[in-house]
Design a protein around this ligand. Structure first.
Ligand SMILES: Nc1ncnc2c1ncn2[C@@H]1O[C@H](COP(=O)(O)OP(=O)(O)OP(=O)(O)O)[C@@H](O)[C@H]1O
Ligand SMILES: [Mg+2]
Length: 384
């Protein structure tokens, strides 16, 4: 797809901003959804603002019950928001039924028609739309090539593996040429190996067809692998929206820090050491150093540090790095890395990942007293 950096002159009275140069594929404005059954009301989604760009691979990530499926169903038109507006390519789609929206949804249980062949399954939607038979044949063949099932056209679903069935479901949705495809935990039923292979496959297919994918998962590594951007959801709200690197490196909240990857969390009251550095003292030569945050709060700082940034050793580290002492509680050898859990004197567990390079294997055993150290820039101060 061609992109241009040239700015087209805006219409009089219209301010040229990034968002009105390209209309978002999907946008949600203050969208909420409340379910009522009898006396009980559940707020599944609460005032979500979201813009998904054309051609983007966008993921909604969050724990079970946080509102991911509800959000997708409102985009697809299976639910109407209690309040707020959903737009597809800039158009308000309130009241527009699912079959008149230019999006297709692939569900977790992808329910192929068991009595139909692969090709008939893929052709189903086009037949209903009365597309001419010759065109159906060409489009179905193209789609089966795309998902690499050209040689399985005459099979029945039960003769296919889980991953192959999933690809038929994908072909069945893509053959309609929607401008966006909504995928709700489409790989949930597959085992880990197959899921990882399908993740790469889905990325390839998305690149080739160039349409917007909105992907729902509660698996953070899946979201990090596949997405251009991720919205991390918690209890019906978006806690952070950003690229995988932004979300991993600079989590906006404690929830995001804990949900994405493994985070060690340390708290305490910090003192200024210099213009650029603050320190939390833990006594006995132990301290955590961090770059001075934009806002210092009197109530203390919450610092996260990723396990791969920490070094583990027997010698006392220099005073110009963070250094914490503890006892090794757990050693898990994983081939390329070893994961250590170290309990500090105030009973906090800190997880450390060490590469097993030739000079750094078996750094400590269960019960050993060790020092943990990391550079100030790896102490990430959570905002707020
Ligand atoms: N039709 C409904 N009636 C009442 N409550 C509902 C309905 N659908 C969903 N909910 C509630 O709304 C909340 C969000 O549900 P949703 O299915 O969107 O979560 P999710 O993030 O997709 O979870 P999961 O990862 O388990 O699929 C849950 O508390 C759920 O019980
Ligand atoms: Mg769901």
């Amino acid at each position: 797809m061609a992109t241009t950096t040239e700015k087209t002159p805006a219409a009089p009275g219209v301010v040229a901003t990034e968002s009105n140069q390209a209309v978002p594929a999907i946008s949600l404005e203050k969208v909420s959804k409340t379910y009522r059954s009898g006396q009980v009301t559940t707020t599944a989604v609460e005032s979500i603002d979201l813009e998904i760009r054309q051609g983007e691979f966008f993921s909604l990530l969050g724990p079970s019950g946080c509102g991911k499926t509800t959000t997708m169903r409102m985009i697809a038109g299976f639910e109407e928001p209690t309040s707020g507006v959903v737009r597809l390519s800039g158009k308000d789609v309130t009241g527009v039924p699912p079959n008149r929206r230019d999006v297709n949804m692939v569900f977790q249980s992808y329910a192929l028609f068991p009595h139909m062949t692969v090709a008939e399954n893929v052709a189903f939607g086009l037949k209903r739309k009365k597309v001419p038979a010759a065109e159906i044949r060409t489009r179905v063949a193209e789609m089966l090539e795309l998902v690499e099932l050209g040689d399985r056209a005459k099979y029945k679903p039960r003769q296919l593996s889980g991953g192959q069935q999933q690809r038929v479901a994908l072909a069945r949705a893509l053959v309609n040429r929607p401008s966006a495809l909504l995928l709700d935990e489409p790989l949930g039923a597959l085992d880990l190996k197959l899921r990882q292979a399908m993740q790469l496959e889905l990325k390839r297919i998305q690149r080739e067809v160039g349409i917007t994918f909105v992907y729902v998962t509660h698996d953070q590594s899946e979201a990090l692998t596949m997405s251009d951007r991720i919205a991390v959801m918690n209890k019906g709200r978006i806690e952070q929206l950003g690229t995988p690197a932004q979300i991993y490196e600079t989590p906006a909240t404690r929830f995001v820090a804990g949900f994405i990857g493994t985070s060690n969390i340390l708290t305490g009251t910090a003192q200024r050491v210099s213009d650029t550095l603050v320190r939390i003292d833990y006594g006995g030569d132990q301290h955590v150093l961090a770059n001075t945050p934009q806002q210092m709060s009197d109530s203390g700082l919450v610092i996260t540090v990723r396990p791969e940034k920490i070094r583990l050793g027997k010698d006392v580290p220099d005073a110009n790095v963070s250094r914490i002492r503890g006892t090794v509680r757990e050693v898990v050898y994983l081939g390329a890395t070893t994961h250590y859990t170290v309990r500090t004197v105030d009973d906090t567990d800190i997880v450390v990942f060490q590469q097993n390079s030739s000079d750094a294997s078996n750094l400590a055993d269960h019960g050993d007293t060790v020092w943990l150290s990391w550079r100030p820039e790896h102490s990430y101060v959570l905002p707020g």
